[in-house]
Design a protein around this ligand. Structure first.
Ligand code: ADP
Length: 368
């Protein structure tokens, strides 16, 4: 999704795709393993800057790039905070920012103590490697994460891949989930999009409403302040998305960080003057950042999760287009599989109910 704005801006872009079947294959200039420093170093020869669309590139590979003189955005130091949820919780706590109660767990006894202090229920997360709710469990007894504790003490499991401990968090009572995206360029300029509401199903983002309804004023200001502070204090370069909880007692707590264009910002492709993908390119190249205004009052983005059980999204395209001509449809070209994000639909307009209706109607064509 960074390729179209790169073409429009006349920027040369090269993509290292992880396999032939990945959705970046159309743009791939090279296919290779991002865990392998030699592969990534060879790929980086002659580029002005290198960036990522996920945070799983190992620190050793990032460091090798920096050592070879490649401009890496975001920097390995900043990215580390998004790669490890324990490091993230510690840094945010040190910055005095609002986070759920949390603890580092090395043994089941640590979790038993945390549960005793938090009404008998808690959220346990793996420190590294989780996404889309994998690596997150709500538990009331340490036995429910016995497998994760076993992984920590298993000598055949690389501590690099686990982070060496688990994270416990209070089970936050939230009214809704929000996300605040900003972009920061190396010279320090920061811009913010409006805070959005993200509706999650089974730990996966299903729908996004931009801006979050009833967010103008205090809520929007708090969310933007938090994201700007994190971007500046951690020296983030590129897009930073901050996932937030709006609690039932009107507080904002930070759930997690992503230092890259994020699913909750996909609406900006069709709803904002500058999409998060164009902005990310501008930011990592230290170009002046673009306007983050919206074209219409509301943008609603619906993820196509799983896709049809027969055929492909492309088969359903004519019916969806005919039924909802205002919908902007994005097909990632991935094989449908239960729960997989295979595309999204965005509709913009000035009446929220109508925009939600049209977006859902369009997205429904891609499901059974
Ligand atoms: P991932 O890295 O897999 O996206 P998250 O840490 O964002 O995992 O958690 C996934 C979802 O689980 C969140 O969007 C939220 O719905 C729920 N969740 C996570 N942490 C908490 C918490 N402390 N209290 C309540 N719900 C939570």
């Amino acid at each position: 999704m960074m390729v179209p704005p790169a073409i429009h801006l006349g920027l040369e872009i090269s993509v290292l795709a992880e396999n032939e079947g990945s959705s970046a294959r159309l743009a791939a200039t090279r296919v290779g393993d991002y865990h392998d420093a030699a592969t990534v170093l060879a790929f980086a020869q002659g580029v002005d800057a290198i960036t990522f669309d996920h945070e799983h590139v190992p620190q050793s590979v990032l460091r090798a790039l920096v050592d070879a003189g490649v401009a890496v955005h975001p920097s390995p130091e900043a990215l580390f905070v998004a790669q490890d949820k324990l490091v993230m919780r510690q840094r945010l706590t040190d910055l005095g920012l609002p986070v759920p109660d949390w603890a580092r767990l090395e043994t089941p006894a640590d979790l038993a103590a945390f549960l005793a202090d938090h009404g008998g229920r808690a959220v346990v997360k793996t420190a590294r490697g989780g996404y889309d709710g994998k690596g997150v469990r709500v538990v009331s007894d340490p036995s429910e994460v016995a497998d994760w504790f076993a992984g920590l003490s298993d000598p055949s499991v690389d501590p690099e891949s686990t982070g060496g401990a688990l994270l416990a968090e209070e089970l936050v009572e939230f009214r809704r989930e929000l996300a605040q995206s900003v972009a920061r360029r190396p010279s320090g300029e920061i811009v913010a999009w409006p805070v959005v509401e993200s509706v999650q199903r089974d730990g996966v983002c299903a729908e996004v409403i931009a801006p979050a309804p009833s967010s103008a004023g205090r809520l929007a200001d708090m969310a933007e302040d938090i994201a700007r502070t994190i971007a500046a204090e951690l020296g983030v370069t590129g897009v930073l998305a901050v996932e937030l909880f709006e609690t039932t007692d009107d507080r904002i707590l930070i759930n997690e960080l992503a230092m890259r264009p994020h699913n909750t910002g996909h609406w900006s492709i069709d709803g904002s003057t500058t999409s998060q993908f164009e902005q990310h390119l501008r930011a990592v190249l230290d170009l002046p950042l673009g306007d983050t205004g919206t074209f219409e009052d509301w943008s609603v983005m619906i993820n196509v999760l799983g896709g049809p059980t027969t055929g492909t999204l492309a088969d359903r395209l004519p019916a969806a287009m005919a039924d909802q001509p205002s919908a902007k449809i994005h097909d990632y070209g991935k094989d449908p599989r239960p729960g997989r994000k295979v595309g999204h639909v965005t509709v913009v307009g000035d009446d929220l109910d109508d925009v939600v209706f049209r977006a859902r109607a369009a997205a429904d064509h891609f499901l059974d």
